[in-house]
Write a protein that binds this ligand. Structure first.
Ligand code: PHE
Length: 334
């Protein structure tokens, strides 16, 4: 075996070695029990005396040369590893685990709740699976009446359905509680319709109901104007337009001055300066009767606000479907 060649090969291996494992391999290859140097020593016996002395000397030199080199390389490697470790600032606080946070619709619901509660309204809930009586009949929407079509209903078995609005909770509450009363009812509602940027098959509403001896439209206007101004944190103009819902009389649609352009006209308000945000009206006498309350002595207002619409206005979001997309890139912004 050519000792010079062996030395060159070993030096090349050492240069290429990257870690302690490589060094162990090199050690084994050249200095191990069955390594190249051991092989040379084993072959000495077969050599002539002259050759044996020369080869023995060279092999010994190579052996100590390699031991030195490997040790040196081991120290160098340890130094770079240490260098890398020192680069990490161990005094920095560790990154905390990622925690969840509230959904934008939940944030809006909480904000709305806080405002209505401060105005003396109580938080009430009702079932998402309803029957036709509460969702329609008791709300003065007779069977086979065309107005029923206005709510694209998901029907279930046995006269049950997914509620199309939170209004049935008005009746459920009035059946069990005597006026005067003031409630708000946040909840999920369902509509069987094609989705687009402003329509979803499920969304959230907040129903409001206030009944007393002489609760009037003027009270409604005051409450709702106060609500919107507090919700958006600035003065908001409102506008009532006559509209029809079978469970109110008179009924109106409420617009608010566009929060985005302050009424000047932009894409959010379709250049009108106003945004339609809720349906409302004075509770129809038939609804009071169906709930066991005498309309001769009691009257009140009811309204239904779209929570998703509120959230879209507040956060300037132009597609309702984003709320239900579970897209973390969207959700992590709130
Ligand atoms: N329930 C109506 C809807 O979903 C909104 C509404 C509520 C209108 C209360 C008037 C009074 O469209």
């Amino acid at each position: 075996m050519d000792i010079k060649l062996l030395k060159t090969e070993a030096e090349k291996d050492l240069t290429l070695s990257k870690d302690l494992k490589d060094l162990d391999d090199i050690f084994r290859k050249y200095l191990g029990k069955k390594g190249s140097i051991a092989e040379i020593f084993n072959s000495l016996a077969e050599m002539s005396k002259k050759d044996r002395i020369k080869a023995g000397k060279e092999a010994n030199e190579l052996k100590s040369f390699l031991i030195d080199k490997i040790n040196q390389k081991r120290l160098d490697l340890a130094e770079t590893i240490k260098g890398k470790e020192q680069w990490i600032d161990i005094s920095l606080p560790a990154k905390g685990p990622k925690t969840g946070h509230l959904h934008p619709l939940t944030l809006i619901k909480r904000k709305v709740s806080e405002i209505f509660e401060s105005m003396g309204f109580s938080y009430i809930e009702g079932p998402e699976i309803e029957n036709e009586f509460y969702n329609f009949d008791a709300l003065n929407i007779p069977k086979d009446h065309p107005a029923r079509d206005a709510w694209d209903t998901f029907y279930l078995d046995k006269g049950l359905l997914l509620r199309t609005h939170t209004s049935p909770v008005q009746v459920r509450f009035m059946e069990k509680n005597n006026p005067p009363l003031r409630i708000f009812v946040p909840g999920r509602v369902f509509r069987h319709e094609a989705t687009d940027a402003s329509h979803e098959v499920n969304f959230y509403q907040i129903e409001g109901l206030m009944v007393g001896k002489d609760v009037s439209t003027a009270n409604f206007k005051a409450v709702i104007k106060e609500f919107f101004s507090r919700f958006f944190g600035k003065k908001i103009e409102i506008r009532l337009r006559p509209s029809f819902f079978p469970f109110v009389e008179p009924g109106f649609e409420v617009d608010i001055s566009c929060v985005v352009c302050k009424g000047k006209g932009c894409s959010v308000c379709s250049k009108t300066g106003w945004v339609e945000i809720m349906g409302a009206g004075m509770v129809h006498p038939n609804v009071l009767k169906a709930s066991g309350i005498n309309p001769k002595f009691w009257q009140g207002f009811a309204f239904g606000i779209g929570i998703d619409r509120l959230a879209m206005m507040k956060y300037k979001i132009n597609d309702i479907r984003l709320f239900y997309s579970s897209d973390l890139r969207f959700l992590e912004q709130f």
